[in-house]
Write a protein that binds this ligand. Structure first.
Ligand SMILES: Nc1ncnc2c1ncn2[C@@H]1O[C@H](COP(=O)(O)OP(=O)(O)OP(=O)(O)O)[C@@H](O)[C@H]1O
Length: 253
């Protein structure tokens, strides 16, 4: 589904990514972990097209998407959330979700303006169905008219997931979906991520510091440290890998 092939990225003299290569299998959850500053968010930015790598390629469904801008990748089915919530704060929950649907269903604003008559009605109906399905799925019906600013942090993260799912992504990239959440919110989010995978067959890429969550829900884990890929494999293998243990101990000390 997704192949990251020998990706290198530098910021001036700082090598943020040095030869990262892995595959994320269709329908599976792949975790990306590593100590602070390891390069996880930079890698997400390269995969989603916000950063251009100095070297290497991103293949999505067998095609090289390295030359595509973020919105073109989104239209191909690659959708992401951000470490710091990136919702439109002045708008309601429903309006934010509608924006996700828009990305999914029409190529751009101009093409949607060209719709008329039945084509437009079809599109509006399809959008409405997706909106309602996502709202129902994420159990946010009671807050659909609430402005984002009125919501708790945990609920804002859930709405961000709703907006990403409204794009009907084939690949969903979640950047620290449970950061700052309490235990109950974390457990809810874990359930929603697993349900999204099961119900929509979504392939998921997860950057997360919460090691319990990663070990619980990922089929495969890729570990970065100082921009280098130091391990990848099933969670149990990775957790016992000496390089990984050393990297995390190094961070603690
Ligand atoms: N836009 C940028 N300009 C310059 N340096 C950057 C930029 N973005 C990231 N870096 C640097 O690249 C390295 C990797 O950062 P990145 O944010 O990708 O790590 P991370 O693993 O996501 O960290 P964290 O877990 O703390 O979020 C760090 O040394 C960081 O300071």
């Amino acid at each position: 589904m997704l192949s990251v092939a020998d990706v290198h990225l530098s910021f001036g003299g700082l090598k943020a990514l040095q030869g990262v290569s892995f595959d994320a299998a269709a329908g599976e959850i792949t975790g990306i972990i590593g100590p602070n500053g390891a390069g996880k968010t930079s890698l997400f930015n390269v995969i989603s097209g916000f950063y251009k790598p100095n070297q290497g390629h991103i293949l999505f469904e067998g095609k090289d998407v390295s030359g595509l801008k973020p919105d073109a990748r989104a239209h191909k089915g690659m959708s992401r959330t951000f470490q710091n919530i990136a919702l439109f704060r002045g708008m309601t929950v429903l309006d934010n979700i509608k924006l996700g649907c828009h990305t999914n269903l029409s190529a751009n604003v101009w093409s949607s303006l060209l719709y008329f008559g039945s084509a437009q009605r079809e599109e509006l109906k399809a959008r409405k169905e997706i909106e309602e399905e996502v709202i129902d799925f994420l159990e946010i019906d009671h807050i659909r008219k609430a402005p984002i600013t009125a919501l708790s942090y945990g609920l804002q993260k859930r709405v961000e997931l709703a907006r990403a799912l409204a794009m009907r992504p084939k690949l969903l990239m979640l950047d620290e979906p449970v950061a700052g959440m309490n235990r109950e919110e974390t457990a809810d989010m874990a359930r929603f991520i697993l349900d999204a995978q099961a119900r929509f067959g979504t392939t998921i890429l997860l950057v997360e510091h919460d090691m319990h969550l990663v070990m619980d829900i990922c089929a495969k884990v890729v570990v970065l440290n100082f921009g280098k890929q130091i391990a990848d494999g099933v969670p149990h293998e990775v957790a016992h890998n000496q390089n990984v243990i050393d990297a995390y101990l190094g961070q603690a000390g």
